[in-house]
Design a protein around this ligand. Structure first.
Ligand code: NCD
Length: 438
């Protein structure tokens, strides 16, 4: 079986699937049980860790993982010490560093940077955090921490609390949990919810639906007594009729800090965190307390003594998880993994203008936005780098050269390779498309 290399790395937790996640989590248990058993398996390989944003745990745990496997490591730990400080493009830096090594681990402040790095470098790349978008290897660490306790995610309910808008670990975790069949309760700090459309994409992919639940603790965190809960379809019937049910229990609560370096600003209210008093609430009776770290005031130091606190243990698992990733991407055949679900590569053949996301990597690099379609209905066009929705009003078919409004039935019948999105009819006409009407 050929595995992760076909994907040129790991960019988004959207690429996870249940087969990969189950095999991977079990593999990490094996590595944790006998780390010496994989010493030297990557002798002769060299990994580059390039961190254009601060990092402690992520960079060091990738590096220690490489050392434990016998691989060499070269590192840019501070962007001021590399040519990006001289204005070199990300494309050029990735192409050059990629030509020195077998695998790249890259962190960057721009959304979608990792996909551009992989394209430019031509070697497998692991996204170690790109802007607010994603941090999939952290999700594997988070999932492993829960997996070790629970074995299965079925029937488990996990709250994700804090800055969902700018928190990349929160966004990636929502994919991972839902793909494993867990219930996810997004608990956004006031004004810091996910962008429109994100949750719908997660639900569509994992066959979850969004129901409403209520609880006093929810109100004390988000300022609103009700929350959405994403649950596997057909899970319970009680939501179909009557009142909004009470949230019964949380098996884990994942806290995150305010990402102020990305411009995150709290709406009206207080940034949510845990208090010692809340720990006595029955909702949290058997609840694992998780955090990707670094923490600010959302988890008081006194919580460290509580038997439910898991965040330092979670950080300790970072190297095992990253060893598993390196082995899956560069190791001997017996360490390979079921393939990830490839995200469509995207096409930049359009006149749709720049990406609406000012922090998209395409804005920095001055490259055209590649679009991809998301979901089954072919009507949702996303930037293939940063997943931001692209406004498309009309869709042409490259084979019939007919043009349709994006919401017409005809669009669903066009084969993906024949789709050509347009913002207006004038441009489509110039390109030779004939209006087919509704
Ligand atoms: C996170 C990150 O960098 O996104 N930290 C980490 O990787 N452990 C979370 C954060 O910085 O808040």
């Amino acid at each position: 079986m050929v595995l992760l290399p076909v994907l040129e790395g790991l960019h988004s937790a959207e690429a996870f699937n249940p087969a990969f996640l189950s095999a991977f989590l079990e593999r990490i248990r094996v590595i944790e049980g006998n780390p010496a058993g994989c010493a030297d398996l990557l002798r002769g390989k060299v990994v580059a860790t390039v961190f254009e944003e601060p990092s402690t745990r992520t960079r060091l745990s990738f590096e220690v993982a490489a050392h434990r496997l016998g691989a060499g490591v070269i590192s840019v730990a501070d962007p001021k010490s590399s040519s990006s400080a001289k204005g070199e493009s990300l494309h050029d830096a990735a192409k050059v560093i990629g030509s020195y090594v077998d695998l790249l681990v890259w962190r960057h402040p721009r959304d979608g940077a990792s996909r551009l790095v992989a394209q430019a470098a031509g070697v497998p790349t692991i996204n170690a955090g790109d802007g607010r978008l994603g941090h999939p290897s952290q999700t594997l660490v988070d999932l492993y921490t829960m997996y070790r306790e629970w074995g299965s995610f079925e029937g488990r309910t996990v709250g994700i609390l804090g800055d969902l808008r700018y928190g990349r670990t929160a966004r990636s975790l929502a994919w991972g949990l839902s793909l494993l069949g867990a219930r996810v309760v997004p608990l956004p700090a006031p004004g810091l919810d996910w962008e429109a459309g994100f949750e719908e994409r997660v639900c569509e992919r994992s066959a979850h639906r969004s129901v409403r639940v209520s609880h006093d603790l929810v109100k004390s965190w988000t300022g609103v007594g009700e929350a959405r809960m994403l649950e596997p379809q057909g899970w319970t019937q009680s939501h179909l009729f009557g009142e909004i049910p009470q949230l019964e229990k949380l098996d884990a609560l994942y806290l995150t800090r305010l990402q102020s370096e990305r411009g995150a600003q709290l709406g009206n209210g207080v940034y949510p965190g845990l208090t010692m008093e809340q720990l006595d609430n029955p909702l949290l009776e058997d609840c694992l307390i998780l955090h990707p770290l670094p923490r600010l005031s959302e988890v008081p130091v006194a919580v460290d003594q509580d038997p439910r606190a898991r965040y330092f243990e979670q950080a300790r698992f970072g190297p095992w998880v990253r060893m598993g990733l390196f082995l899956a991407m560069m190791g001997p055949d017996e360490w390979s993994m079921p393939p990830l679900t490839a995200l469509p590569a995207g096409s930049s053949d359009h006149q749709l203008g720049p990406c609406a996301n000012t922090n998209c990597i395409t804005r920095q690099e001055g490259v055209p936005v590649p679009w991809r379609i998301a979901g089954r209905n072919q009507r949702s066009f996303l930037c293939a780098f940063c997943d931001t929705r692209i406004e498309v009003a009309y869709v042409g078919c490259r084979s019939s050269m007919r043009l349709h409004p994006v919401h017409s039935q005809a669009v669903m019948k066009i084969r993906p390779e024949n789709l050509r999105p347009f913002a207006d009819r004038v441009r489509a006409k110039v390109d030779g498309y004939i209006w087919a009407g509704n």
